[in-house]
Write a protein that binds this ligand. Sequence first.
Ligand SMILES: Cc1ncc(CN)c(N)n1
Length: 243
Amino acid sequence: MAQAWETEFGAEGGLFRSLRSACAADWAAYTWHPFVRGLSDGTLPLPAFRRYLIQDYLFLIHFARAKALAVFKAESVEAMRDKAEAIRAILAETTMHLRYCEGWGIAEAEVRATPESAETVSYTRYVIDRGLAGDILDLEVALAPCTVGYGEVALRILADPNRRTEGNPYQSWIDTYADPGYQAIAKAAAARIDALGESHGGQARFAILGSTFAEAARLEARFWQQGLDAAEGHMASYETARR
Ligand SMILES: Cc1ncc(CN)c(N)n1
């Protein structure tokens, strides 16, 4: 039987699912990364999460810029309106980040002053570049692994038999992406890829679109990995526990 996250996003035969299955190994490495499994069972070392979360705040600011580019490149006024709403949602997402940081005694000004990591720069600027060089479909395909992937990550966590539900320090992170509001955004992003695939020649452009999508999925996996790498001193016992 298919898992919930396999059927929840995009339509059967649509461009989103074709892109996801064309890079199945990269996609699985992203959406069920050891970092994600550590969020689920609550064993992720806190320094790994802290590093990730601060960089993710910076990531979201640049992602909002990429979405603003999607307003510029939009094919219709309706699409512009939807994207404007998506920008509002992505900036609202950062409130969760700031709540965690506040709990650690880290003020927003300090988060903003943190230098971007190579992983943050490479992922965000890659997406912006795909949008600048291409059309709205190239850009939306580069954006989709972010928006849809976290929807899938949350569903995988909810279905995880090892999930820690009591006293999980990462519960509010999980709640943010399992929330019906976020899930609806993720579904709409996958549906948009399907629709643009139809209207903008997705099949004829599949080779380049597939490589953009797979690259973004790999950049997502590296984004988690930077958290684990930053917590190296704490990692030996974590990795032993994961085996
Ligand atoms: C790196 C990354 N990818 C996706 C998301 C979900 N918007 C996020 N917050 N950060």
